[in-house]
Design a protein around this ligand. Structure first.
Ligand code: ADP
Ligand code: MG
Length: 240
């Protein structure tokens, strides 16, 4: 479980998270929506300890991410993260790229790492692309490779930050389908997205970020059909 309690985060004088509270239960998919600059990406970075927080707490399975005594490298193995873009190593094949983390971080043998990478690449539908170089993949395939790379670490949580934003519209669907599959399989996920249809169809809950706060959170039905806050309704109108 991910427990975010009263999290405040500033960059210099600019406070970008102003007291975020959110619990994500095992197996849940929570989508984060909201305008640019509302703090969604910063929130994800704080969850896996890539950014410090000023106050509050973030616990993952009871372990405080921002405690000095926490072994962040160990904690991060539990949390896969996929961004808008991931620069694969161009001189390595797709398979070799996905094998890297199990080899280097988990200390798996070459054979074990290869088995893991093949399994995860098949899982995301790239079983035919093992020996090609990343530059030969479409944008959608590259994002699925990035997902496979994260899955190769056997994470318990997955964080996605606008993973389809840089894609041509016709490539968005295959990536969202992969994420939908993971959610169905029971992966615990936080998904920052502009894809309102995805948020509506896949989420257990949707959190609307506004000016560093979760302005409204609820089921997709609540957020999309009966938002309680007029800013939520206005955002959704502008997002369509
Ligand atoms: P979102 O992902 O919702 O678009 P962000 O979390 O990226 O929002 O940004 C929230 C605010 O924090 C913005 O005002 C942004 O300019 C600022 N910000 C983000 N990262 C940094 C940084 N590394 N240094 C300074 N300001 C930042
Ligand atoms: Mg962002």
């Amino acid at each position: 479980m991910i427990e975010i309690t009263n999290v405040r985060k500033s960059f210099g004088d600019l406070e970008v998270l102003k007291g975020i509270n959110l619990k994500v239960n095992k197996g849940e998919e929570v989508s984060m929506i909201g305008g640019s600059g509302s703090g969604k990406s910063t929130m994800l970075m704080c969850v896996n300890g890539l950014e410090h927080i000023q106050s509050g707490s973030i616990r993952i399975d009871g372990i405080e991410v921002h405690d000095k005594s926490t072994d962040l490298n160990k904690l991060r193995r539990k949390i896969g993260i996929v961004f808008q873009q991931w620069n694969a190593f161009p001189h390595l094949t797709v398979l070799e790229n996905v094998m890297l983390a199990p080899r280097k971080v988990l200390g798996k043998s070459k054979k074990e790492a290869e088995a893991i990478a093949v399994e995860q690449l098949k899982h995301v539908g790239l079983g035919e692309k093992l020996t090609v170089f990343p530059s030969r993949l479409s944008g959608g395939q590259q994002q699925r490779m990035a997902i496979a790379r994260a899955l190769a670490m056997s994470p318990e949580y997955m964080l996605f930050d606008e993973v389809t934003s840089a894609l041509d519209p016709q490539l968005v669907g295959e990536v969202l389908d992969t994420m939908r599959m993971l959610s169905k399989e029971g992966m615990t996920m936080i998904v920052v997205t502009h894809e309102m249809r995805f948020a509506r169809e896949v989420s257990d809950r949707v959190a609307f970020f506004r000016e560093g706060l979760i302005h409204e959170i609820g089921s997709p039905e609540q957020i999309f059909e009966h938002p309680e806050k007029r800013e939520t309704a206005a955002f959704l109108k502008s997002a369509n």
